[in-house]
Structures are given as structure tokens and as C-alpha cells.
Design a binder for this molecule. Sequence first.
Ligand SMILES: Cc1cc2nc3c(=O)[nH]c(=O)nc-3n(C[C@H](O)[C@H](O)[C@H](O)COP(=O)(O)OP(=O)(O)OC[C@H]3O[C@@H](n4cnc5c(N)ncnc54)[C@H](O)[C@@H]3O)c2cc1C
Length: 379
Amino acid sequence: MTADDAQVAVIGGGVVGCAVAHALARRGVSSLVLEAEPGLALAASGTNSGILHTGFDSEPGALETRLILRSAALREQLLEELAAPVWRCGARLTPRDDEQRQAVDRLAENARVNDVEVVLESDGSLVVPGEAVTDPVAFVHALAAAARSGGARFTLSAPVVGLTSAGDDGVSVELRGDERRHVRGVVNCAGLHADDVARMVGEQPASIYPRKGEFLVFAAEEPLREILLALPTALGKGVLVFPTIDGLVIAGPTAREREDKRDWSVEPDANALIRERALRMYPALARAEQIGSYAGLRPAGRGANYVIEPSRALPGLIHVAAIRSTGLSASLGIGEHVAGMLAEHAGIELGPERPLTAARVQPSGHWWTRAALHHGAAR
Ligand SMILES: Cc1cc2nc3c(=O)[nH]c(=O)nc-3n(C[C@H](O)[C@H](O)[C@H](O)COP(=O)(O)OP(=O)(O)OC[C@H]3O[C@@H](n4cnc5c(N)ncnc54)[C@H](O)[C@@H]3O)c2cc1C
């Protein structure tokens, strides 16, 4: 290892990779984030709903839930340090019939088990005051800026193409053009391609496929002041209607099981699919002007979710795969958890916690257009 090298390489500059770099920087550990694309947050992390969930509806005890709840506990202090744009607008789920009322009662009980504050109103609506919206692209850039201020480095357009053991020296990370970096630990935060990275060392912690989610974006005359939730289904949280921090209204996402990891298109029937459900929840949308649409690809694991584990093939490598639908909300908890795993499995010495501040990151304009334009899928 040369003096110039970082202790840890993080593969992937989405919200998970940047949260890991940020958590390491807070503990005085240097990292190098290697991102294949020419910018951060150009995959799932820049094409989601931008909602910071509380975990009220998550399965009690699951790793995903524990990390969302831990993030929620860390959030207020870290958001202040990060100066990321957040609107604590709260969320509401209004049942439409007796069956839904019973489902809402079960969710209220779930929230109680997870120790998340909810209020059941007299009309049967469930209100979740802690749910918030952010600009997810600015959120990732805020994590990256703070990590940078603590010594992390970021290299863009740098796909990792190979990983090999460097014996006692740790891991050798191969980039294009036969360029190499030697590090003590590596974290695989490659989202949709986490399984491709795992295959580089001859293993497959989970097969990852895209679960596509499409959204419609509206300029509404009447501002929406809270997130309107649907009852969760087997495929996720369902179609929601939510405000953005810059005053727009978004309806979505769909949840379609797909195979093509490069297809970021909004499919022709998405409009009808989303509108039908969204209008039931928010009739005022009928009078709003649709100004755009976008699609995101959730990095879903076949039969697996939140696969965070040390590699069995390459000492020093940690996989963080199949962070499918709550990675933005859980990112702060994931970062802290992975830092602990690097200490345990890669001999990384964590220093005392230190606050990291960075200049305020400005909202990124219409953040939802950025990845769509990059992938040639803007509509
Ligand atoms: C439609 C939709 C709605 C969602 N809504 C929410 C929500 O409201 N709230 C919430 O908390 N979560 C939400 N999510 C989930 C959240 O977006 C994801 O869990 C999260 O973005 C996953 O982050 P990631 O960093 O693991 O993956 P990504 O953001 O996909 O980042 C992975 C990065 O790795 C890079 N990479 C891949 N291979 C390599 C390589 N070989 N070398 C270098 N770099 C590589 C990629 O280019 C990419 O930038 C939603 C997701 C979608 C798609």
C-alpha cells in the first residue's frame, strides 16, 4: 500500500456508497469512492421518491427495519451537519372501506412495535408525522461533500473491473486500463450491479434484477402539503402521491419486475396505470398539468433483501446488495453498520466520532430529470 492510497475502496457512488464513505470519514477512516458513471446518484439513488421513511410499516426485527430505525435516530443530528434539503411534511393513509380500515389498524400496531409515532384519526386515517421528503440527488451530494471534507476522495467514470487478494496487504482493486488501487477493505455498493461485482471474486450473494418504478410529475395549482400513502402490497409501498421540496406533485411509483438493467424508459401504459390509482387518492390531480415523467430501477434481490455480509471468497470485501426500496431512508444506518463490519472483518481501525460539515448543497433543480436525461429516457 502506498502512502497515497485510501484504507477503503467503496464501489458505487449512490446513496449507499456515499453514506458508507461519510460514516468512515466521521470515524477518521480514509476512503476512495469509485463510481462507474460520470456523476453521483445517476442510478436508483437519483430516480426514487425522495421520501425519508420512518419504518412505521416495516417488518419488525428485519435488518432493513433495524437500519431504517437507526437512520431515523441519527437523522436529525446528521441532517443538520449535512445541511441537506428536507421537508418534514408527514404522511397520511386514508382507508376507503372496512377491509382497508382493518389493514390500517394492523399498520398502526406495526408502528407501535417499531416504536414509530403514528396517529389514528377519527375518520380512520393513519397519520405518520415523521415521514419527510428530500431532494435525493442533493442528499447524496451532501453526504459526498461532508465525506470529502473528512478526507474521502471520489473518482468518477471509474468502473471497477476486477478484485483480487493482495495477501497481507489487503485487496487489489482493478480499474480500466490496468490501473490498480491497493486498499485494506472494499465495500461493494454497486446497486443493480452488486451481483456482477460479486462474480468478480467467484461468488453471488444475491442475483440482482431491476424492479422498475415509474412516476408522473405535475405542476399543481393547489399545493399538496403531505405525502399520501397507499396500503403496502407484496411488491412495495404502492402508488403514492407526494410533494417535492420545490413545490411539484409526483405520483408513483409502479412496480414492474424487469430484466434489462439498462432500460430506464417510462413504458407507454404507465400513465394510465398511475393516474387511475393516484386520482382516487388525490382528485385535485385531475386539474394539475403533467410536466414530466421518469423511471427508476430498484436493485432487487431474487428471494433476498438487504444482503449485507462479508465475502466468503475475498477477505476484506463486504457486500451491500439488494438495497431495494428503502436505501435512501436507511442509508445513515447502513453506513454506520458497514463501518462496524469493516472494523470486524477488514481490521480497519475506527477513530472517535467527529462531526463533518460541508457547505450547504443547493437543491439540484428538477432532480428527477437528471438521471432520465443521462440514460436518454427523458419524456
Ligand atoms: C422507483 C423507486 C422508488 C424508491 N423510493 C424510495 C423512497 O422513497 N425512499 C427510500 O428510502 N428509498 C427509495 N427507493 C430505494 C432507493 O432508491 C435505493 O434503495 C437506493 O437508491 C439504493 O442505493 P445504492 O447506492 O445501493 O444503489 P444505486 O443508487 O443504484 O448506486 C449504485 C452505484 O454503483 C455504480 N456501479 C455499478 N457497478 C459499478 C462498478 N463496477 N464500478 C463502479 N461503480 C459501479 C452505479 O453506477 C451506481 O451509481 C426507491 C427506489 C426506486 C427505484
